[in-house]
Design a protein around this ligand. Sequence first.
Ligand code: PXP
Length: 250
Amino acid sequence: MTAFKGRLRLGVNIDHVATVRNARGSAYPDPLRAAKLAEQAGADGITAHLREDRRHIADADIAALRKNLSVPLNFEMAATEEMQRIAMTHLPHAVCLVPEKREERTTEGGLDVARDDNRLGQFIAPLREAGCRVSMFIAADRAQVEASARIGASVVELHTGAYCDLHYEGKLKERDAELARLRDMAALADSLGLEVHAGHGLTYETVQPIAAFPEVMELNIGHFLIGEAIFVGLEAAIARMRTEMDAARA
Ligand code: PXP
C-alpha cells in the first residue's frame, strides 16, 4: 500500500472566467460566482492569479474572493513590491510566487529560486510572519527544490506544464522522463520538509500519474476545468476531476 501524505486537495483556478468577462469588458461572467459554485462542487480551495497587466483577474476580484469565500484563497503573484503590498492588505491563506512575463500566454516555466534566493528569502519573510503559507512555483529541478527549502518556503508547487505538453504532443518517452523528474522532486521536497503541490495544464487525461505521487497534497487546476464547464457545467467538470484524482489514490 502506498503511504499517501494525506487527502489530495483540489484548488480550482478561476482566472479564465475573468478572461471571458474581460474579452467584452462586461460585468459577467463573475469569477466570484464561479468560485462559489466550485466551492459547492467540492473544491478545497480557490486559486487566482493577479497578473501585473490585469489581463484576467482584477484587484476587485481579489477583494471579493477574500471577503466571500469559505474555502482558502491561494493568491498567485509575481514577486514584486506592488503584489506584496496587495497580499499584505488581503492576507490570503496562501501566496504562490510565480514568474511572470508580459508577453507570455500563460506562466512559462518555474521561478528561478536558486538564482534569486537572497531576494526571495527577504521577499517572503513578511508574508510568512503575517501567517500566509508561501509557495514557490518551480520546475522539477533539484537546485530549485533545495533553494526553496533554504529560503524558508512552506510549499513547492511543481510545474506540470512540460509533462502535459509532451503528453499531447505524443512525445511519450520524453513525457515519462519528465514524469520521473516530477516524482523524484516531489520526494526530495517532502524529505526537506516542504509540502508538495502540483499544477499547470492538467486535464482528466494527465492528472492521474501526478495525483498518484504519495507526497502531493494539492493540485491547482484551471484552464481545462473552465473550458470543460462550457460543455458540462463547472460542477460536473469539478466532480469528474475529483473522481479522477480519487481513482489515482485508490
Ligand atoms: N498553478 C500555478 C502556479 C499557475 O500559475 C497556474 C496557471 O495560472 C495553475 C496552477 C493552473 O494551470 P491551468 O490553468 O493550466 O490548469
